[in-house]
Design a binder for this molecule. Structure first.
Ligand code: PMT
Length: 403
């Protein structure tokens, strides 16, 4: 869980469309981020999913009607909720509500509430492609964006009405990602951040390789956090099975040699470079051109050293750049990490005790920061997303100080 939505009052405005059921998942994901979510529904939305579903999940009565509601504060609820809201999300947003919002029309509970809102409003349109692309809807969206609303572009693909095109409700996880970005201070704006993540694969023959257990989670978390904080991010990634963060430049590589080329290439433009990737230290000297047959009782592979990419980056590093490495160790963390910090000319190294189910592939990580000036900072075990943000805080202060 990230801090941006923790204990924040979010009002989810649900308007009528086939995607209403996806708003249920969105509600759950917002709650997972620590948000307190209240729900308002239009009459049309209730045709698709009953308010009871949202009420049960949000733990609060769903606001549906300005007049036929006997609860104590019903007549002023639209004002109370608007005053309390830290964020409002209209999802799915129909052409109708977009039109009403753009022109200040308040003719039911939901549109009246929206007129009273002073916090940020996020709009997630979902409708038929022709409707979405119509001049009227595009004009109204322009008005809302000029008014300061954040529009989350609908997805492109097959629609419930049998056509295909733009207008699909965005994936709830992507909506939450954009909301977290919106709520994150942009303290890395204008900076270029280079991250490498994942394992490398060193081919033995056309079908086999040497690799390791890196999932890419730690590196991807850093890339995602940097992008949310406003940085332009290049992510050089070995083969992993996780989704890349939105809006980063992804460069996919396989071997250490390819990673070296991509990383050093991007290094010139980087203000900050973080090398999280678990690079194979050795590669097979004579890769077999064809699949090796199991004819022999024993097979000996001759290995040769891979280039040390981080060391090369350290040699190229300019004084205005911050270069950070990771050290995955199974013992003598401090001694080994500090040796690597010095040998590779780094500004900081993140010591990571691994093995026994720790570090590789997990969602949590326990790390210690070792700085060039001798400072040491140990963090308790936490989510890799949280580690990423604390690491970026430290890196930013090094970069701002010119190290
Ligand atoms: O991907 P996850 O599953 O989330 O796991 C995260 C992690 C455990 C892989 C990560 O937190 C981590 O510790 N990464 C460093 C892995 C590693 O290769 O450590 P090392 O001590 O062998 O290398 C030290 C540094 O030199 C690293 O920054 C590494 O990227 C770099 N290196 C190493 C060898 C090499 N030939 N070239 C390099 O650039």
């Amino acid at each position: 869980m990230m801090e941006q939505l923790k204990n924040k009052n979010v009002v989810l405005c649900v308007t009528g469309g086939i995607a209403v059921y996806k708003a249920v998942e969105l509600l759950r994901l917002l709650q997972k981020q620590g948000a307190k979510v209240r729900v308002i529904m239009t009459r049309a939305a209730m045709e698709f999913v009953t308010p009871l579903t949202f009420q049960a999940l949000s733990g609060e009565p769903v606001f549906t009607d300005l007049f036929n509601d006997n609860t104590v504060d019903a007549s002023i609820r639209h004002i109370r909720w608007a005053e309390d809201a830290d964020l409002v999300v209209v999802a799915p947003a129909t052409a109708n509500i977009i039109g009403k919002m753009a022109h200040g029309i308040a003719d039911d509970a939901l549109s009246t509430f929206l007129l009273a809102v002073r916090s940020r409003i996020v709009i997630c349109p979902a409708m038929n492609t022709a409707m979405y692309e119509s001049r009227a809807v595009q004009r109204n969206i322009d008005i809302l964006e000029n008014d300061g609303c954040l529009l989350i572009e609908p997805g492109v693909g097959d629609m419930a009405c049998g056509t295909s095109g733009a207008g699909r409700f965005p994936a709830p996880a992507d909506i939450v990602d954009r909301i977290l970005t919106l709520m994150t201070p942009k303290d890395l704006k204008g900076r270029c951040v280079l991250v490498s993540a994942g394992p490398t694969r060193e081919a033995i023959d056309p079908v086999r390789f040497i690799s390791n257990h890196s999932s890419g989670k730690m590196g991807y978390a850093i890339a995602r956090a940097a992008e949310r904080r406003g940085a332009m991010v290049t992510l050089v990634s070995g083969p992993v099975d996780i989704e890349p963060p939105l809006h980063v430049k992804l460069v996919k590589v396989q071997s250490a040699d390819q990673m070296k080329e991509a990383f050093l290439d991007a290094m010139g433009d980087a203000d900050i470079a973080v090398k999280v990737a678990a690079v194979a230290d050795y590669r097979v000297k004579n890769q077999a051109e064809h699949k090796i047959k199991k004819t022999e009782e024993q097979l000996v592979l001759e290995l040769e050293k891979n280039p040390d990419i981080l060391k090369c980056a350290g040699q190229k590093k300019r004084s205005d750049q911050v270069l950070v490495g990771f050290a995955a160790e199974t013992q003598d963390l401090k001694e080994n990490a500090v040796k690597k910090l010095e040998a590779k000319n780094l500004d900081m190294i993140v010591g990571n005790l691994v093995g026994g189910g720790k570090g590789f592939g997990t969602d949590d990580n326990t790390v210690t920061f070792f700085f060039k000036d001798g400072r040491v900072e140990s963090l308790e075990s936490m989510d890799k997303d949280q580690v990423a943000h604390i690491l970026l805080d430290r890196i930013l202060s090094l970069h701002s100080k010119g190290q």
